[in-house]
Design a protein around this ligand. Structure first.
Ligand SMILES: Cc1cc2nc3c(=O)[nH]c(=O)nc-3n(C[C@H](O)[C@H](O)[C@H](O)COP(=O)(O)OP(=O)(O)OC[C@H]3O[C@@H](n4cnc5c(N)ncnc54)[C@H](O)[C@@H]3O)c2cc1C
Length: 408
């Protein structure tokens, strides 16, 4: 049986789900397809933390509020953070950011990806948007003016507009032949949750080590204790392999040392995940009848925790562009319409990716003069209230060309 839709979103991850919800009152016949079961797990406050978390910016929080998912996130588990401490492990440079410096209540929230995903799915199940679970896209081809999608179970869908929200290894991007620029960071990220002997003080901590950045992000427990942190330890593949092979006690000891025991001893660690890091950017986000959003369009180093924040902004801008086009009676699959999305998002995403690349290179540079410059630079910027406020506004996601969904 062949299905039809005005618009098919492939991938009901965090970004694809947010886009579908933002378009729920568009009057368009929307189908969201995903290879996974898309079921919402009952949430247990006392359960162990999921290893994958995101530092959500204020802009992402607003988008999630407007699509109705924020209450579901708050009802599960989220930790606000109001301060950020960053320092150079091989020198004296350090910098401190605070929400108070820009009269904000928080810099952001640390939320488990599963929590964000389930809160979005819960909303989706309450709408009359078409949702196909266990529906892995296997083939994509042009058929007249439309696309014909073939799913793993043999079902087919015809549509004039496909949105790729199917993540870093996007099948849509590959099947449609979209070109990318990509390179290895030669970094792997070890992620897990750990309990420290000292409280995290609702602060996001980041130490730049010789091998890469190590972040401790605050997690919330139902009893209000502040011992648990999510860690992202980016390091060379060889070092990552060694760290993954350590037993728990040895891992906790090495982690505490690499973090200069800023939060005391690392007392326990959950099972670790190791993720190879790769930078990838699609040369174009759109072509006639096709748009790429979220990780399908760009993946960036997690050192500033911006990946899904950029993805939510992609979703909010694309929704805005499509809603305007519907209002004006334009063809939403027309490349001229879709290019409005690309013009607004590509410069912003590229600037963020370049900044992360610059940071990563600066902190990996070993020559003494560069180390000296970077340490003095950090300390200098730390003393500049205006410069820091600019950076904080950027981190909150509140600068640049914001879609209505992310505005106050
Ligand atoms: C170590 C690490 C730490 C990070 N920390 C942060 C952070 O603090 N803050 C932040 O903003 N970002 C962070 N990120 C980035 C963030 O995790 C990603 O940007 C985000 O998960 C991308 O979301 P997405 O919805 O675009 O893709 P995904 O989450 O990958 O979702 C893709 C969806 O598509 C579906 N799918 C895939 N293929 C198919 C197919 N063929 N057919 C049908 N469905 C398909 C999948 O089932 C999935 O549901 C981090 C990344 C890493 C690696």
């Amino acid at each position: 049986m062949e299905m039809r839709a005005d618009l098919v979103i492939v991938g009901a991850g965090m970004v694809g789900s947010a886009l579908a919800l933002a378009l729920q009152h568009s009057g368009l016949d929307i189908l969201l397809v995903d290879g996974s079961p898309l079921s919402v797990k009952p949430f247990d406050q006392s359960a162990a933390f999921e290893p994958r978390v995101s530092a959500l910016s204020m802009a992402s929080q607003r988008i999630l509020e407007r699509v109705g998912a924020w209450p579901g996130i708050e009802a599960r588990r989220t930790s606000p953070y109001g301060e950020m401490q960053v320092w150079d492990g091989s020198g004296t440079g350090q910098i401190h950011f605070s929400a108070a410096s820009v009269h904000a209540e928080v810099l952001g929230h640390i939320v488990e990806n599963r929590v964000i995903q389930d809160a979005l799915l819960e909303q989706l199940h309450d709408t009359d948007l078409g949702l196909l679970a266990n529906a892995r896209l296997e083939q994509l081809r042009h058929s007249g003016d439309d696309w014909l999608l073939t799913l793993a179970d043999g079902r087919t869908v015809r549509t004039p507009l496909v949105i790729a929200a199917d993540g870093a290894n996007s099948a849509v991007r590959r099947l449609a032949g979209c070109a990318t620029r990509e390179w290895d960071y030669l970094h792997h990220a070890i992620v897990t949750s750990v309990r420290c002997s000292q409280p995290h003080q609702l602060t996001a901590w980041q130490r730049f080590t010789d091998d890469g950045p190590l972040a401790f992000l605050p997690l919330a427990r139902e009893d209000g204790s502040q011992g648990w942190c999510s860690i992202v330890w980016s390091t060379t593949p060889t070092q990552a392999e060694r760290l993954m092979a350590l037993d728990n006690d040895e891992f906790c000891r090495e982690l505490g040392k690499a973090f200069e025991w800023r939060l005391g001893q690392v007392l326990e660690a959950d099972p670790r995940l190791c993720i190879p890091l790769r930078q990838r950017h699609a040369k174009r986000y759109v072509e006639p009848g096709l748009a790429l959003i979220g990780d399908a369009a760009h993946t960036i180093h997690p050192l500033a925790g911006q990946g899904v924040n950029l993805g939510f902004l992609d979703a909010a801008v694309l929704a805005e562009v499509l809603l305007h086009a519907v209002e004006r009676g334009e063809n939403i699959a027309d490349e001229r319409v879709l290019s409005r999305f690309e013009r607004r998002r590509m410069p912003h995403n590229l600037a963020m990716m370049a900044a992360m690349e610059g940071f990563q290179r600066l902190f990996q540079a070993d020559p003494l003069p560069i180390r000296w410059l970077r340490n003095s630079g950090l300390n200098l910027v730390d003393g500049l209230a205006e410069g820091k406020a600019l950076f904080v506004r950027q981190a909150l996601g509140l600068s640049g060309d914001l879609p209505a969904l992310a505005k106050a």
